[in-house]
Design a protein around this ligand. Structure first.
Ligand SMILES: [Ca+2]
Ligand SMILES: [Ca+2]
Length: 211
């Protein structure tokens, strides 16, 4: 039975592998919710940033589309004035399931720092800081290849800069192109083993005997 379980897993892996050749941004097709506190889109009294702005929209962060580089920070982004909102101001992105990630990309306002954290083991962990750059408007920052980590939840926040904050795109790349993480494989193989064991015993797997 062990040989046939191993063969089944190998066949399954071979069937999935060809589609997983390249790393992919998994966010657009796998986010299930994105949330942020109230207060976005409100400018401090006397701010010069009203002209050229449009209303913030959370789904712009997860739609897989970059704004033009150096686009005005509060146009076609999700934006908030930190002086007009709660602090810290967290944007949380929930995914449908866990992936193993090794690269993050964030497009946000140039002169602020953006922190990307992931949820694992009952705590938030820092994954990447998109540091301030000396430019204008929305600028893309790429983490490059990171030590891989698994999660089904990200949290974005901003610090420093001028407290006019904006994010227009967040991308997270699964190193294997979005294949199930090892824990998922282990569960699948255990499941096959359980089926095999049940067949071998020729009795219901869920039987519990009290003595
Ligand atoms: Ca976008
Ligand atoms: Ca700013």
């Amino acid at each position: 039975m062990r040989n046939s379980i191993g063969l089944s897993a190998a066949i399954l892996a071979a069937a999935i592998a060809p589609a997983a050749a390249d790393a992919a941004n998994v966010i657009p097709s796998n986010w299930s919710s994105i949330t942020a506190p109230v207060g976005d889109g409100v400018l401090r009294p006397g701010s010069p940033w009203g002209p050229g702005s449009n209303a913030p929209a959370l789904d712009r962060i997860v739609d897989g589309i970059f704004a033009p580089e150096q686009h005005q920070w509060n146009n076609d982004s999700f934006w908030w004035d930190q002086t007009q909102t709660v602090s810290p101001y967290y944007i949380t992105i929930q995914l449908s399931h866990s992936f193993s990630f090794d690269r993050l990309v964030l497009q946000g306002d140039d002169n602020d720092n953006y922190l990307v954290e992931y949820w694992s083991g009952g705590a938030w962990h820092s994954a990447f800081t998109a540091a301030a750059v000396n430019s204008f408007g929305l600028i893309t920052r790429d983490s490059g290849i990171l030590p891989s980590f698994s999660t089904d939840r990200f949290r974005l926040s901003a610090f420093g800069g001028d407290q006019y904050y904006a994010i227009s795109e967040f991308q997270a790349f699964a190193g294997g192109g979005g294949v199930p993480e090892p824990a998922t494989w282990a569960m699948m193989i255990l499941g096959l083993g359980a089926i095999g064991a049940a067949l071998r015993r020729r009795r219901p797997a869920a039987t519990v005997r009290f003595t």
